[in-house]
Design a protein around this ligand. Structure first.
Ligand code: 3PG
Ligand code: MG
Length: 401
């Protein structure tokens, strides 16, 4: 086990201290109700632990992108009740994250109590990481804990600024995310396999370029596979594809050859005239996509190929569905490979790490998300990490250690 590069809660004396905890409560909501409480549940252990140790726990988060304006629909107030439920304690609320409302609420806190401050992004200074705003936030606490891995790719005041200003440590969720990611891409057991899907190559060019230099096998599915197929001269009918990225796709394939990374593309496909529920679909060889049809999933021979490649691996990192999984039956490829990964994980043959909102939703729909070794709470931050980029929030914690 290498030396931990960042401090954790274990190294903090929090009793009686005001602890500012940056979490990511950017949860999906509909009609003022939380529709997926995973992120709330995943930060609750950190908040409970700090409170149990006698800290005055001050919770900071953003929600949505209000762009520096007070947008009532993006208030964190509706999250008080779900947070109370997850933490098992009463949670107070302050109408602002800085100024008198926040100061008074923090002053009223007793050891073991929890306070949630209003959406940080109601102030434009948060995203600009403005020093005067960092001053105002830091005045509310003695110690800073970052438990928001999923927002660590943002160099914002509450993420980077505060870590530079106060004694700083990673919360339990941040710690778990970083440890899981290190096992997957930092110091993995090999062979290491990446599964990358999703609609477009353009959003994942850097990611693919980085991965082929690190992984032993790269399994490509989803709409982005079409761009690779087309780059190899295969006709993809009316499929979604990015014709102008043929050169970029070929460069990635060439880099993979040089790095001895095996790239696995579909060998058969599921095609239909359009993406619509109930549409007639059929399986075709990858080289036989009809001119008037589109590729909407990988076929059964591809799934069998992916499964046998995966079975040879010790570690898996997965981002992006293999087909148009929101509409059945085009979820079949994703579901089948997810089940295989879950099975290999249960047999202790595979360490499996998955991240990205769509991907986790697809695995949840397949009923296997909880059977993976680790499910990240992060979307954008997970992608940037797979791109090999330094996340400002993580870098700040390492500097502070
Ligand atoms: C997320 O949900 O990906 C994080 O909370 C970051 O949100 P942002 O993309 O609005 O910065
Ligand atoms: Mg995002």
């Amino acid at each position: 086990m290498p030396e931990p590069k960042f401090k954790t809660i274990d190294s903090l004396a929090v009793s009686g201290q005001r602890v500012l905890v940056r979490v990511d409560l950017n949860v999906p909501m509909s009609d003022g109700k939380v529709t997926d409480a995973s992120r709330i549940e995943r930060v609750a252990p950190t908040l409970s632990e700090l409170a149990a140790k006698g800290a005055k726990v001050v919770v900071l988060s953003h929600l949505g992108r209000p762009q520096g304006r007070k947008v009532p629909e993006m208030s964190l107030k509706p999250l008080v009740a779900p947070l109370e439920k997850a933490v098992g304690r009463k949670v107070a609320f302050a109408q602002d994250c800085i100024g008198p409302a926040a100061e008074n609420a923090v002053r009223a806190l007793k050891p073991g109590e929890v306070l949630l401050l209003e959406n940080l992004r109601f102030h434009k200074e948060e995203e600009k990481n403005e020093s005067s705003f960092v001053d105002k936030l830091s005045a509310l606490g003695d110690i800073y804990v970052n438990d928001a891995f999923s927002a660590a790719h943002r160099a914002h005041a509450s993420i980077e600024g505060l870590a530079n200003r106060l004694p700083a440590a990673a919360g339990r969720l941040m710690q778990a995310e970083l440890e899981a990611l290190d096992k997957a891409l930092g110091d993995p057991r090999r062979p290491l396999c990446a599964v990358v899907g999703g609609a477009k190559v353009s959003t994942k060019l850097d990611l693919l370029g980085n991965l082929v230099g690190m992984v032993d096998k790269l399994i490509i599915g989803g709409g982005m596979a079409n761009t690779f197929l087309q780059a190899e001269g295969i006709d993809v009918g009316t499929s979604l594809s990015e014709k102008d990225l043929g050169g970029a796709a070929r460069a990635i394939l060439a880099k993979a050859v040089a790095a001895k990374c095996k790239v696995v593309l579909p060998v058969d496909i599921v095609v239909a005239p359009e993406l619509k529920a109930g549409v007639a679909s059929r399986v075709a060889d990858v080289k036989a996509c009809p001119a008037d049809q589109m590729i909407l999933d990988v076929g059964p021979r591809s799934v069998a190929l992916y499964e046998s490649e995966l079975a040879e691996c010790a570690t898996l990192v997965w981002n992006g569905p293999l087909g148009a999984f929101e509409i059945k039956p085009f979820d079949a490829g994703t579901v089948a490979l997810a089940r295989k990964a879950a099975e290999l994980t249960a047999e202790k043959k595979l360490l499996s790490v998955v991240g990205g909102g769509d991907t986790v939703a697809a695995l949840e729909a397949a009923g296997v998300a909880d059977k993976f070794s680790y499910v990240s709470t992060a979307g954008g931050a997970f992608l940037e990490w797979m791109e090999g980029r330094t996340l400002p929030g993580v870098a700040a914690l390492i500097r502070a250690a």
